[in-house]
Design a protein around this ligand. Sequence first.
Ligand code: AMP
Length: 186
Amino acid sequence: MTAPLPERAALDDVLSRLVRDIPDFPKPGVMFKDISPLLADHDGLTTVVHALASAGRDAEGRTAVDKVVGIEARGFILAAPVALALGAGFVPVRKAGKLPGPVHRVSYALEYGEAVLEVHEDAVAPGERVLVIDDVLATGGTVNAAVELVGSCGGEVAAIAVLLELGFLGGREHLGAAPLLALHTV
Ligand code: AMP
């Protein structure tokens, strides 16, 4: 699924200008990628939403997914407008205990401890094609958990798209078969 992307140089410019580094957040040693300036910039946000949506289109530019999954919390902000741009439905993947209905659940390892993500069992119908969206790909554990949840519903992950890939962490190597679109790699 490849539709023309805005110029790679334009994306690099937008993302390097409008994502700021916050050292030692949320804990010492982490360089947090804060997308707040990007969200507050209409042109920048429009550029990245259209670029992320391209991961859900075929080579002719037609929508090739039924659902767009956003991962709590910043993934929600990006995935909802991408779903609208594609004419697809939006599905939240949430942290434990937030979704009211019956859920599929997956636990995965974090650097310290473990995390749990959930999705409503009926959020993705069997055979539906899904685009998974998050803001940052670090080790890949979070995106992998979302991919597993889509599979638990019987859906097929057609593509994964993120704003930023922290290339030095090698998360890309741990993802499955679905193609990964990273708008900017650091
Ligand atoms: P990982 O599971 O290691 O790929 O981590 C990805 C998840 O953690 C995403 O939902 C990100 O929002 C968040 N995350 C990890 N590292 C960072 C970072 N340096 N800056 C901002 N968010 C991060």
